[in-house]
Design a protein around this ligand. Structure first.
Ligand SMILES: *[C@@H]1O[C@H](CO)[C@@H](O)[C@H](O)[C@H]1NC(C)=O
Ligand SMILES: *[C@@H]1O[C@H](CO)[C@@H](O)[C@H](O)[C@H]1NC(C)=O
Ligand SMILES: *[C@@H]1O[C@H](CO)[C@@H](O)[C@H](O)[C@H]1NC(C)=O
Ligand SMILES: *[C@@H]1O[C@H](CO)[C@@H](O)[C@H](O)[C@H]1NC(C)=O
Ligand SMILES: [Ca+2]
Ligand SMILES: [Ca+2]
Ligand SMILES: [Ca+2]
Length: 670
């Protein structure tokens, strides 16, 4: 165990957000940061704030008894470093109270740690909006106030303001009208540290100056002017960049927001039009791709998408019915340079098939004889392109093996390359560790015995063949999944059945000193799939539980409708911990994919105890709520999901283990 302990300590620095590796790194995410949503307690913490609906829109009202109710540490959004962006904009939607002269109310402040010092603030007074900030120079510390006349705010209606700041230029746009620009003699500081600071919504930490109107939107957009995103807009008084969920559902729907229809040039070094070059000279410049509603930032020599949130999954539509020779188990999507995009289907009967994406559809390309094929795995070694099939049954002569095929550049077809003896193979996983190539096979059973070895093969560059490198004891192995965390290589196996029970430990191994060693065990129920995925810095591992069965308790129909589990790596604790359980119907596969800035998981639900006609579900990542079901898709004996992209958009494809029909779905995005 001492090796593992050493690993634990060494793992720690891995997830400290990388510094110094890239040339330029913003302290926050470069997307609209919903300050209001950040401050609203997840449970609504009822007594401290009140949701009020006026003129068809909801806003938050603060209660004088709790001026600090809406606050959070700056480190929550400034998680990489501590500097407030030099250029930014703040979007506010508010219904302002009518104030007597000389009375001020705070909309937003960022307060320094400990001291009663204001680093930055938005202050409202009769017919005026003031932007305050702290700057420091040789002569000392200053608080600068930039004041805009803003008579429109006094009419008791909703209004949306965008304050854009860039060096000494301060610009205020009210309801998408003409911007009011002020050049101040003190520029906004290039390095305003927010270390230890705290954001306060509607106050400066105390009751005096508490905002008495309604706040609906408060968004910080680092690095850019938000006006082109909001304007023009049919409903400019309620234009939305981002509002907390509890305020949604009424006027100001995101759909109303006709962003970038008529984008205009600002002084923010934003380029419009077709993709401009991104070289050293353009570093840190923005480019607005108006056609696709994208905002990009030149970092190094690559355009990095900053605001891809404009692409949202709206609905899923059927794109192609793919009739296969026989029922299909696994599907593998892969691209071959210069040849195109392909899928390989693992078909139950004698022939599996490869299809090529041709004119927007999959067209038959090559048939390959297989024996109850379960899955395909595509991988490359240098320029060589391979495809391995997991055969579940022996051939006509009673010989049992799986086959690795190699792509022939001359014939433009896959040809048999190496036979590997396997035992009711379910899955192949291909991976590379320190420049060496490996293939792991999941051996499900040998005769009636499920407790057998699965094998990890290593590519021998001398013989140009895969040779056994390690065996691992498995029980009805169904799936291997490989991933890395920093320099560490992990391999998870789904153990489905030991001959009497599906209630088993599935195992996660870590590679140490040239072999995989047990890292963690997970109680699973007929585990059929492990899916690993990242969301930001977080790492998750989801298991598909297919069946709860024990020879002693006998079969019950309800034993297919059981929870599948998503685990998250806790780096401090050095273990995966239960993150979320999701009720599934004999789940056989999880597939993770993203659309724009959104993350999704789709599950292959195959059987509910009575019927194979069960819905498979798409879940969307919703931060602290975890994954929430957003789409139900009628499927029949669903076995495998794969996501892929072409120039025309994003797609999903799924197979059925119960009918010879796979389907391709197109993801419609807004
Ligand atoms: C497996 O491969 C590793 C890494 O190349 C090597 O150190 C080890 O000796 C191999 N083990 C066997 C049994 O071949
Ligand atoms: C299978 O697992 C169950 C539950 O863990 C255990 O009770 C049983 O003895 C195991 N059977 C075999 C054949 O290993
Ligand atoms: C991770 O584990 C540590 C140590 O057990 C614990 O203190 C911490 O709360 C955990 N973090 C999360 C996010 O669960
Ligand atoms: C259990 O499933 C079988 C079909 O697999 C069905 O005939 C039977 O009615 C089901 N029993 C219950 C209690 O739902
Ligand atoms: Ca796998
Ligand atoms: Ca999967
Ligand atoms: Ca899959």
């Amino acid at each position: 165990m001492s090796v593992l302990l050493a690993l634990c300590v060494a793992l720690l620095p891995l997830v400290t957000p990388g510094r110094g590796t890239r040339q330029w790194e913003p302290c926050t995410d470069l997307r609209p940061l919903d300050i209001l949503a950040e401050a609203v307690p997840p449970d609504g913490a009822a007594a401290r704030i009140r949701v009020v609906q006026v003129q068809g829109a909801r806003g938050l009202q603060l209660l004088a008894a709790a001026p600090r109710a809406l606050s959070f540490p700056a480190s929550r959004v400034f998680f990489r470093c501590d500097f407030f962006p030099e250029e930014f904009s703040i979007v506010v939607t508010l219904k302002a109270p009518s104030l007597p002269p000389k009375k001020n109310e705070y909309l937003l402040t960022v307060m320094a740690e400990g001291l009663d010092a204001l680093l930055l603030g938005l202050l409202y007074s009769a017919a005026r909006l003031h932007f305050l900030f702290r700057s420091e120079d040789a002569a000392g510390i200053w608080q600068t106030r930039v004041s805009f006349r803003s008579p429109a705010l006094m009419d008791g209606q909703w209004h949306t303001l965008v304050l854009a700041v860039s060096e000494d230029s301060f610009s205020l746009t009210t309801d998408c009208g003409l911007p009011v620009d002020i050049m101040a003699d003190v520029p906004f500081p290039a390095t305003l540290s927010v270390r230890g600071a705290q954001f306060f919504i509607g106050s400066r930490r105390r009751t005096k100056g508490l905002f008495t109107g309604l706040l609906r939107q408060l968004v910080l957009l680092p690095g850019a002017d938000a006006t082109p995103w909001l304007c023009p807009c049919k409903n400019a008084e309620l234009a939305v960049l981002s509002i907390p969920r509890i305020l949604q559902g009424l006027t100001g729907k995101l759909e109303d927001n006709e962003v970038l229809k008529y984008p205009f040039e600002t002084d923010m070094r934003v380029t419009l039009g077709p993709r401009p070059p991104c070289t050293k000279a353009e570093d840190a410049q923005f480019w607005v791709d108006a056609g696709r509603k994208g905002l990009h930032l030149c970092v190094g020599s690559e355009w990095v998408s900053v605001l891809a949130a404009k692409e949202r999954l709206d609905y899923v539509e059927e794109h192609q019915s793919l009739f296969t020779d026989s029922e299909t188990l696994g599907i593998e999507v892969f691209a071959i340079p210069e040849a195109g995009l392909f899928i390989a289907t693992a078909n139950r009967k004698a022939t599996s098939a490869i299809y090529k994406w041709t004119d927007g559809k999959f067209a038959s390309y090559q048939d390959i004889p297989t024996h109850q094929a379960q899955s395909w795995r595509h991988f490359t070694i240098g320029k060589k392109i391979f495809l391995a099939v997991a055969n579940f049954e022996p051939n006509e002569k009673g010989q049992e093996f799986s086959v690795i095929y190699k792509w022939s550049q001359r014939r433009l077809r896959f040809t048999p390359y190496q036979r590997v003896p396997t035992h009711s193979a379910r899955d192949w996983e291909a991976f590379e560790v320190a420049g060496e190539h490996f293939l792991a096979v999941a051996n499900h059973r040998e005769g009636d015995n499920h407790n057998i070895d699965s094998v990890i093969y290593k590519w021998n560059p001398g013989t140009r063949l895969f040779e056994a490198n390690q065996t691992i004891a498995t029980s009805g192995a169904y799936d291997w999944e490989f991933f890395t965390v920093g320099p560490y290589a992990f391999l998870a196996v789904a153990n489905a059945f030991n001959g009497t029970s599906t209630r088993l430990q599935s195992r996660l191994y870590v590679r140490l000193a040239g072999s995989f060693q047990l890292f963690q065990s997970f109680l699973t129920f007929g585990a059929a799939d492990w899916e690993v995925f990242h969301i930001g810095e977080r790492l998750f591992l989801a298991v598909a539980n297919s069946h709860s069965y024990d020879v002693e308790t006998q079969v019950q129909n309800g034993s297919y409708v059981i929870n599948s589990v998503i685990y998250e790596l806790n780096v401090t604790a050095q273990t995966f911990v239960r993150f979320q359980e999701i009720l599934t119907c004999s789940a056989l596969d999880w597939e993770f994919f993203s659309v724009g800035e959104d993350y999704f998981l789709v599950v292959a639900n195959s059987f509910d105890g009575n019927t194979f006609s069960v819905n498979s579900i798409i879940y969307r990542w919703q931060g602290y709520e975890g994954f929430v079901a957003v789409h139900s898709l009628p499927t029949f004996g669903c076995r495998d999901w794969e996501a892929f992209r072409t120039a025309a958009g994003a797609y999903l494809v799924y197979s059925s283990a119960k009918e010879p029909l796979s389907r391709v779905l197109k993801l419609r995005t807004g």
